[in-house]
Design a protein around this ligand. Structure first.
Ligand code: IPE
Ligand code: IPE
Ligand code: MG
Length: 228
């Protein structure tokens, strides 16, 4: 039985959850954040080595300023409230995305989190923050041009992505009922097994995760070959 080593999640449906339960989209974001903490714990229990979470896309700037500002506020709140515990639990935290064009006050926080947790080994949690796959690829091609590489191959492209040194996800989960990638990890998800849950992210539970992992273990991954 082959267990997944990397799970990527598009945590969708926070806004709808908040509207339904509190008539307030931001309440959904708050509860979604609580679920991030729980799911990290579940993944450690399942011995998952990498968990990548889509937290803010390059397209999410199109939302009302009030919501965008609240998401950034939550980021700082999450850090303040949970950082010590995450670090104590041996969790390594990384960020991928355009970390240049984010609010100035978040930059030193991100730097500190990555630096302080870099030797932790229980799990690597990757936060995709101001992330867009198309801009990641453009950025990679720009780097390749700048370095005047003579040839271009898959390894070189991979090495110039934000996800350098992180294995590709085995599983992609999208909650919230939609079936699209929304500009998430277009290159890295080439061979991922895709799972969609109708539950909104704050309701996504340990049993939902276990069901997906169990299903994954029963899939014969062929990578273009034949099933012997
Ligand atoms: C995902 O939930 C979280 C972020 C994009 C930050 P949404 O906010 O997209 O929730 P819905 O899809 O509107 O319900
Ligand atoms: C994707 O969800 C982004 C995150 C979960 C951070 P969206 O809700 O922004 O995606 P669309 O707009 O439905 O495609
Ligand atoms: Mg959404």
């Amino acid at each position: 039985m082959i267990l997944p080593s990397h799970i990527a999640i598009i945590m969708d449906g926070n806004g709808r959850w908040g509207l339904k339960n509190y008539n307030d989209r931001n309440k959904g974001h708050y509860h979604g954040l609580q679920n991030i903490n729980k799911v990290i714990g579940h993944c450690i229990k399942l011995k998952i080595k990498y968990l990548t979470l889509y937290t803010f896309s390059t397209e999410n700037w199109n939302r009302p300023k009030k919501e965008v500002n609240y998401l950034f506020y939550l980021f700082k709140y999450f850090y303040k409230k949970n950082f010590n515990k995450l670090n104590k639990n041996n969790i390594r935290i990384k960020f991928i995305g355009d970390l240049i064009n984010i609010p100035k006050d978040l930059k030193p926080i991100i730097k500190k989190i990555q630096e302080k947790t870099k030797k932790n080994i229980a799990i690597t949690v990757v936060f995709a923050f101001n992330y867009g796959a198309k801009s990641e690829l453009v950025n990679a091609f720009k780097n390749i041009l700048k370095n005047k590489n003579k040839t271009i191959n898959e390894e070189l492209v991979s090495d110039n992505l934000y996800t350098k040194n992180i294995p590709d996800p085995d599983i992609l989960i999208r909650t919230g009922g939609e079936k699209r990638l929304s500009n998430f990890l277009l290159w890295q998800l080439s061979y991922a097994e895709l799972f969609f849950s109708d539950k909104n992210w704050p309701d996504f539970s340990f049993s939902d995760l276990k069901r997906i992992v169990r299903k994954f273990t029963s899939i014969k991954r062929k990578f273009g070959g034949l099933n012997e």
